[in-house]
Design a protein around this ligand. Structure first.
Ligand SMILES: *[C@@H]1O[C@H](CO)[C@@H](O)[C@H](O)[C@H]1NC(C)=O
Ligand SMILES: *[C@@H]1O[C@H](CO)[C@@H](O)[C@H](O)[C@H]1NC(C)=O
Ligand SMILES: *[C@@H]1O[C@H](CO)[C@@H](O)[C@H](O)[C@H]1NC(C)=O
Ligand SMILES: *[C@@H]1O[C@H](CO)[C@@H](O)[C@H](O)[C@H]1NC(C)=O
Length: 309
């Protein structure tokens, strides 16, 4: 009787234990706010709505090709990784492990480890070469820090127009076009390492080579019997700063005249009158702007004078 009672009791305990172990083990969700700060400390957080009790965190550190280099199991949501080589790309993956020893899904972060505080972050060199009107900048950091730079900021300052353009590149060379002929530029390159850390800016001065202007334009034309009045438009100063010397109106074989121009910053329409023409005649004109680089492409036009003035 006693023995049978004991059997039932043990059985009951056993069923109870089976029942307990049948409860779903808690599978944790993902961590948030995974970051690596400049002190080489990786931190993350368990979201406030995590339903499992977290026992530890699994951290995998792998290189770009996917090879896992380090595995850590830590109790607190932080890991100091001072031993990692500087300026190399790593993927950090963190999983939560619940008190039921279930590992949740991982969250990853790709980072280039930051340069040490004593790294030399100034450019080793910056060169400028002209390719027609365009220029090519090329630069580099000292070899050992090249891998540290995440990208470079290239600053293009047009001193005459007081205009700044910023460009970002991961390359160490940049072709810059659409520069204004005869304008003065300062070009600067800065290496950017982390969100806050960047090297000093290295600059180079440049004056763009002379280039001919676009063909002149006609803002107004009024032919009469023996003369024709024109208003000519010249290439704007902010698209070509090279000094303009003259405007040639070639009506060969009847006439070929050149007008000297006092160049000025606001190149307002230029009024000109050609006289001594014959009434009722057709003239074919080729008009060029002459500047420090030479003759612009021609504007070709036909003029028909009227019967009388
Ligand atoms: C993650 O960071 C954001 C902004 O810093 C903060 O508002 C949020 O509470 C953090 N998440 C957790 C789970 O602490
Ligand atoms: C992955 O890259 C590391 C160096 O970053 C190298 O040691 C390892 O051999 C590479 N593994 C494979 C499979 O390419
Ligand atoms: C040239 O421009 C002036 C000033 O705007 C104007 O008075 C004149 O009529 C124009 N001449 C022609 C030929 O369009
Ligand atoms: C017209 O004159 C310009 C110089 O003023 C000269 O360069 C050009 O050749 C002349 N055109 C002709 C057809 O002679």
């Amino acid at each position: 009787m006693t023995s049978s009672f004991r059997t039932v009791f043990v059985l009951a305990l056993f069923i109870c234990a089976i029942h307990q172990s049948k409860q779903e083990p808690c599978e944790p969700g993902m961590i948030t706010n995974l970051t690596l700060n400049d002190n080489y400390i990786l931190t993350w957080q368990t979201p406030a709505d995590e339903k499992c009790e977290i026992q530890s965190y699994l951290v995998y550190i792998s290189t770009v090709n996917g090879t896992v280099h380090y595995t850590y199991n830590v109790a607190l949501p932080r890991l100091s990784i001072h031993t990692l080589p500087v300026c190399q790309g790593y993927t950090f993956r963190v999983h939560q492990v619940s008190t039921d020893s279930v590992t949740g899904l991982g969250w990853s972060l790709y980072m280039i480890t930051p340069p040490p505080s004593d790294a030399s972050l100034a450019l080793d060199y910056l060169t400028l070469t002209e390719e027609d009107r365009d220029i090519r900048l090329q630069w580099s950091l000292e070899d050992q820090w090249v891998a540290c730079a995440r990208r470079y900021r290239v600053l293009i300052y047009n001193e005459d127009a007081d205009e700044i353009t910023d460009l970002y590149t991961i390359s160490n060379t940049l072709l810059i076009n659409n520069l204004v002929p005869c304008a003065h530029y300062t070009l600067g390159v800065t290496a950017i390492f982390t969100l806050i850390e960047e090297g000093p800016t290295t600059t180079v001065e440049h004056t763009v080579v002379d280039a001919v202007t676009a063909a002149p334009g006609v803002a107004g034309v009024r032919p009469e019997g023996t003369r024709v009045n024109f208003n000519w438009t010249l290439d704007a100063y902010n698209s070509n700063r090279c000094p303009i010397y003259s405007l040639v109106i070639d009506g060969s074989p009847y006439f070929n005249v050149s007008y000297d121009i006092q160049d000025q910053e606001n190149r307002t329409p230029l009024p000109l009158t050609i006289t001594g023409l014959s009434p009722n005649s057709l003239y074919i004109l080729r008009v060029n702007t002459i500047n420090s680089a030479g003759s612009s492409p021609p504007l070709q036009m036909a003029i028909q004078t009227s019967a009388s003035d």
